[in-house]
Design a protein around this ligand. Structure first.
Ligand SMILES: *Cc1c(COP(=O)(O)O)cnc(C)c1O
Length: 376
């Protein structure tokens, strides 16, 4: 692990964290069950208006979200190439085949046109499409209206990878409530964190019960013994981490407000570079209320991005290129990829994520902006 003076997205301990963790320890529930786990799920449920099951990672949540949507071995699952590898891995855990679609340059998320071409082509080949799996990127949101329409028109379940989108809304409706199932992540770098963790979401209470059952070794109490009918998983979140989660979730409105301030300030600081068309910020669809989990921008030329990244890192500022698309990864090289002009690779070649942590100061932001301007 390299050390930086300013990190990309460090965890921030919300005010009640220590108190809740102490309470969890004192209560004797240092276990994957307990009062904080119930409370954390109740907070998630109240926020989203759907059932929530707290799990030990976002990847586990994705795995069970796909399984609960009915994805089986031999199915195809359609997902964007421009995402983190976890989205892809969850599909592979079920023995399904990931099919990749390109990004739309106007919003970076999976292209609706390319998705429809993929669906039509796969259906023609007689393939069973297990799920459509859009990913909401960096605290913004994919065009869920059009994607939900496609899913409905072709009879394919939609599963949302909302790992980066807790708190984002489409109109008034929160990300993670559009699909039949969805996954959130509370990894250390996300907008709220339980150091590691995730949650499954679904409006279907029966499906949520099933996911809780799968996540706890698929055990049924019979005559005082466990009876097992199905393969299960050990995916439950611990009560200790749920205590951290409660403190974080209560503080979510402050996290979001702060992220929006940081985003606004970056945009003011780099206004001139934007006007000169040296940079553009991640576009946000008009219906979306973003959280700006990470502040992402594209440079006019890849060489500019490289220069900016080098300068920032040398000055002790952690920053990262955007996702290196899946179709470029050795792991996923055999996947079908539906594209017209490989927008995902262009995003990767030009893009950068800037430090966006809760405790970032205006002075630090000014220094980051200055380093970028020097590089330009
Ligand atoms: C973080 C992330 C995940 C995985 O979440 P973990 O909690 O780290 O397992 C999945 N998909 C996307 C897009 C992510 O950013």
């Amino acid at each position: 692990m390299s050390t930086y003076e300013i990190y990309l997205s460090p965890p921030f301990p919300a005010p009640n964290t220590k108190r809740y963790v102490q309470e969890a320890i004192d209560s004797g529930w240092m276990a994957p069950a307990g009062p904080f786990l119930n409370r954390f799920e109740a907070l998630l449920r109240a926020y989203h208006g759907v059932a929530a099951v707290a799990l030990n990672t976002g990847t586990a949540a994705l795995h069970l979200a796909l399984k609960a949507a009915g994805v089986r071995a031999g199915d195809v699952v359609i997902l964007p190439a421009f995402t983190f590898v976890a989205t892809y891995n969850a599909v592979r855990y079920l023995g399904a085949e990931p099919v990749l679609v390109d990004s739309d340059a106007t919003h970076w998320h999976m292209s609706v046109q390319a998705t429809e071409r993929a669906i039509v082509s796969l259906k023609k080949q007689g393939r069973r499409i297990g799920a459509l799996l859009p990913v909401h990127l960096y605290g913004a949101m994919a065009p869920v209206d059009a994607l939900c329409n496609l899913a409905q028109a072709y009879g394919v379940p939609l599963v949302e990878d909302a790992a980066e989108a807790l708190g984002v809304r489409w109109g008034q409706q929160p990300a993670g409530t559009f699909g039949v199932t969805a996954a959130l992540s509370f990894n250390g770098n996300k907008i709220i964190t339980t150091s590691g963790g995730g949650a499954f979401l679904s409006a279907d209470e029966e499906v949520a019960k099933k996911v809780l059952y799968w996540a706890t070794q698929a055990k049924q109490a019979t005559n005082g013994d466990w009876c097992h009918e199905e393969v299960g998983y050990n995916y439950r979140m611990s009560n200790l981490l749920a205590a951290v989660g409660c403190a974080q979730m209560e503080y979510l409105p402050h996290f979001i407000e702060r992220k929006r301030e940081i985003a606004g300030h970056y945009r003011r600081l780099l206004k001139e570079s934007e006007q000169k068309e040296h940079i553009v910020w991640q576009p946000v669809l008009p219906q979306v209320q973003p959280t700006y989990w990470l502040n992402c921008l594209l440079f006019a030329k890849p060489a500019m991005r490289e220069a900016a990244m080098r300068r920032l890192r040398e000055a002790g500022v952690e920053c990262r290129r955007l996702w290196n698309p899946l179709h470029r990864q050795p792991l996923a090289r055999q996947c079908l990829f539906f594209t017209e002009d490989d927008t995902a690779t262009r995003l990767y070649a030009h893009g950068l994520c800037l430090p966006s942590g809760h405790a970032l100061t205006e002075a630090q932001q000014a220094r980051i902006a200055e380093l970028i301007q020097q590089a330009l």
